[in-house]
Design a protein around this ligand. Structure first.
Ligand SMILES: [Zn+2]
Ligand SMILES: [Zn+2]
Ligand SMILES: [Zn+2]
Length: 234
């Protein structure tokens, strides 16, 4: 690949923050693009400005760092509505189903093969941004409408499969998703040593942090999960 085409970070003259734009990503061929987003030699930036206007950039690519907290009222409301044994079993199934989904979504959707202009655009929006700007804490969680689209897709699949209680199943998934993405946030906001000081779960969380940092900074084509820290499983 021609290294001259590798984008150099732009600097905001006012804030001094570094950023890449949509053009930086889209001027590369698919092969160059994949090398660029996944290479540990790529210079990481403070943020990506997919849209020139700040308003659209925030609305369409950013997500508040407290997003998972907003889901709790829905989960709690659902959990205190009349609970049957069957419903409880479906929630537990959702909790367990999360783990393969955590792997499969990241491995096959977020790291989809980039083969042309459309997949390149889609990949950059979906996951490329997080790989070139891993410290942008307003982009650790997906934008709310993107999460909504994923939830709707899953709900449709459950309905097609005639799952008896799709909402209970999704509640289970959601609880585990909140846990997962909250850990993901901690990993990008703090160092593994800082995370290790968290009471009770510190040791495990530190392992998660080290594992996910390997995905970002040494081998992005491996270590797709955050919950599994064993090198045997992932
Ligand atoms: Zn990450
Ligand atoms: Zn990734
Ligand atoms: Zn791993």
């Amino acid at each position: 690949m021609t290294f001259s085409k590798i984008p150099t970070p732009r600097v905001d003259p006012v804030t001094g923050k570094t950023y890449y734009t949509r053009e930086d990503a889209m001027n590369l061929s698919p092969q160059q693009y994949e090398e660029w987003v996944y290479s540990n030699k790529t210079t990481h930036v403070n943020e990506v400005r997919l849209y020139e206007q700040k308003f659209w950039n925030i609305l369409l690519t950013k997500s508040p760092p407290f997003l998972p907290l907003l889901f709790w009222p829905f989960v709690i409301y659902y959990l205190i509505t009349p609970m049957t044994f069957l419903r409880f079993m479906w929630i537990c199934t959702g909790l367990l189903l999360w783990f393969p989904m955590e792997y499969l979504f990241h491995r096959f959707l977020f790291h989809l093969p980039v083969v042309g202009i459309r997949s390149q655009k889609f990949h950059f929006f979906l996951h490329g941004i997080h790989h070139v700007a891993p410290t942008d804490l307003w982009h650790v969680f997906s934008p709310i409408y993107e999460l909504g689209a994923q939830a709707f897709l899953i709900w449709c699949v459950f309905n097609i499969l005639h799952v008896p209680d799709p909402t209970a199943l999704i509640s289970g998934l959601l609880i585990n998703y909140i846990r997962y993405d909250s850990i993901h946030y901690l990993i990008h906001a703090y160092t593994p040593d800082q995370i290790g000081k968290i009471p009770f779960a510190g040791n495990y969380l530190k392992q998660c942090a080290i594992h996910h940092r390997q995905h970002h900074f040494s081998n992005p084509r491996k270590h797709f999960t955050i919950s599994f820290v064993s090198s045997f499983l992932d």
